[in-house]
Ligand binder design. Structure first.
Ligand SMILES: *Cc1c(COP(=O)(O)O)cnc(C)c1O
Length: 466
């Protein structure tokens, strides 16, 4: 019925479509009204297309198929597990840090029943959700006190609102950054009600620049981790300790948005990211960092530092609006326990993946190559190749972690087509394309992931995936 002479009057009646669609048993559990609404929407869309003189198939079969597909999608999860073959450990679009087993167990145990979220079992009275992780965070960072909120963006907003509303915050021009997902330092400052005072230049800011900007209306000297980019060449910022000394000589706090923040040192390619503890030891008064970047937990924003400031923040009315939820809190506590019990590299996936050595990765790539070997019988090319993985998530930019992977050229299929088919797998496989090849970096893959890749590829040669 693909006929441009069709008119509105040829559109099937909703009742007719309904008769057909309810013969599909898998829609049986959906509320009747939802089915009817969907049919109306599909017919409405076809009507619009006809009105615009577009060619449209308005057969009962075609309209029912469309409605059925959309209705079936309602009953399936859109948020799904994927295989991350990109080698990017903290892939923001792929959910950042995967949780460790311990953290997952905590989340499962605690969420399936009632819990002590805001209950103090010792006294039988109301407790605080913030207390659960304070001692653990203080032990791991050397902070006097800590507070956790929804995410790091919220943490920065709270700190600036609490410590600098209506007053000036001095920031180096080299640190007025934008992090993916619309976190922009000048905008967050504006939202907090603090006034931004920019000092220095894009590449260089001197201690004297801060010194000259300090006046009686200054509230905070703010440092921001440049996270997703690096200024190289003729560039520099004052030493952390000098900045702290300057601020303290004026009775001012230094706040450092560490972005990722790491509890253990991460070394790669000659780069050494200072730990949260090192920043606090250098005298930084308040730091903020994410729970789901290098820390490897769930989404959270952690504020740690001097008690006098954290106490002020705990009383701030904004806190209620940005509070952490029980799922993330359980994930965070479970992850912190792994740090405290010396199980960092065994239990925390992000830390384990970043630590993996090239020799081990090469061995795994060889294993994957072996699993895919029979594809060569169908004319595919499979090779083990050296790769460079990234930490991702706006952490450790431009730093390559030496890795290995498998490159694939499929017979009679462009890399773009293969990439798309991998994405359409029942467990989507996310891979990179480079010079007409598909690359599977093995850094973030476990054995099950490799099985998924194997099955998907072999199904393709048997033509099951269209
Ligand atoms: C990632 C990042 C943020 C935002 O953290 P979220 O936990 O995603 O809210 C803020 N500041 C810096 C410097 C970052 O790197």
């Amino acid at each position: 019925m693909k006929d441009s002479r069709l008119t509105m009057r040829d559109l099937p009646a909703i009742d007719r479509l309904l008769e057909v669609i309810i013969t599909y048993p898998e829609l049986g559990e959906l509320p009747h009204q939802i089915i009817v609404d969907k049919l109306r929407a599909v017919v409405g869309e076809a009507r619009n297309q006809l009105r615009q003189k577009q060619t449209v198939d308005i057969s009962v079969e075609s309209l029912v198929t469309k409605a059925r597909r959309e209705l079936l999608a309602l009953g399936t999860c859109s948020l799904r597990k994927v295989v991350n073959a990109t080698g990017v450990v903290l892939h923001t679009n792929l959910g950042r840090a995967p949780l460790g087993k311990n953290a997952v167990r905590m989340v499962q145990d605690i969420m399936s029943g009632y819990n002590t979220l805001e209950y103090n079992v010792a006294t039988g009275e109301r407790g605080s959700r913030y207390d659960h992780v304070v001692n653990k965070l203080c032990a791991l960072t050397g902070a006097e006190d800590a507070l956790v909120v929804n995410n790091n963006a919220a943490a920065v907003l709270l700190v600036l609102s609490g410590l600098a509303q209506g007053r000036e915050v001095i920031v180096s021009r080299g640190q007025l950054v934008e992090i993916g997902g619309s976190f922009r330092v000048p905008d967050v400052l504006k939202q907090s009600g603090a006034l931004l005072v920019e000092v220095g230049t894009t590449n260089k800011t001197h201690l004297s620049d801060y010194q000259e900007a300090i006046n009686e209306n200054t509230a905070v000297l703010l440092k921001v981790h440049t996270s997703n980019y690096r200024i190289v060449g003729y560039a520099g910022q004052p030493d952390m300790k000098e900045l702290v000394t300057l601020a303290h000589s004026h009775g001012l706090p230094v706040v450092d948005d560490l972005g990722s923040g790491t509890l253990v040192s991460v070394e790669a390619d000659g780069w050494n990211e200072p730990t949260v503890a090192a920043c606090l030891t250098a005298g930084i008064d308040v730091v903020t960092f994410s729970g789901d970047k290098l820390l490897g937990g769930g989404q959270a924003g952690i504020i740690a530092g001097k008690k006098q400031y954290i106490t002020m923040l705990k009383k701030h009315p904004l806190l209620r609006a940005i509070r952490i939820d029980k799922l993330s809190l359980a994930a965070l506590e479970g992850t912190l326990i792994d740090y405290l019990t010396g199980n960092v590299y065994n239990n925390i996936p992000v830390q384990r993946m970043l630590k993996r050595r090239p020799e081990e990765l090469r061995e795994q790539a060889c294993q994957l190559e072996k699993m895919l070997k029979d594809l060569t019988l169908y004319g595919w090319h499979i090779d083990v190749i050296p790769l460079a993985s990234q930490a991702g998530g706006g952490t450790l930019p431009e730093i390559d972690f030496k890795s290995f992977g498998v490159s694939i050229i499929a017979a009679g299929k462009s890399a773009a087509v293969l990439e798309k088919e991998l994405r359409k797998n029942s467990i989507p496989i996310i891979a990179r394309i480079q010079t007409e090849k598909i690359l599977f970096d093995v850094r973030c893959l476990d054995f099950d992931d490799m099985e998924v890749i194997k099955k998907a590829c072999f199904r393709m040669v048997k033509g099951a995936i269209k």
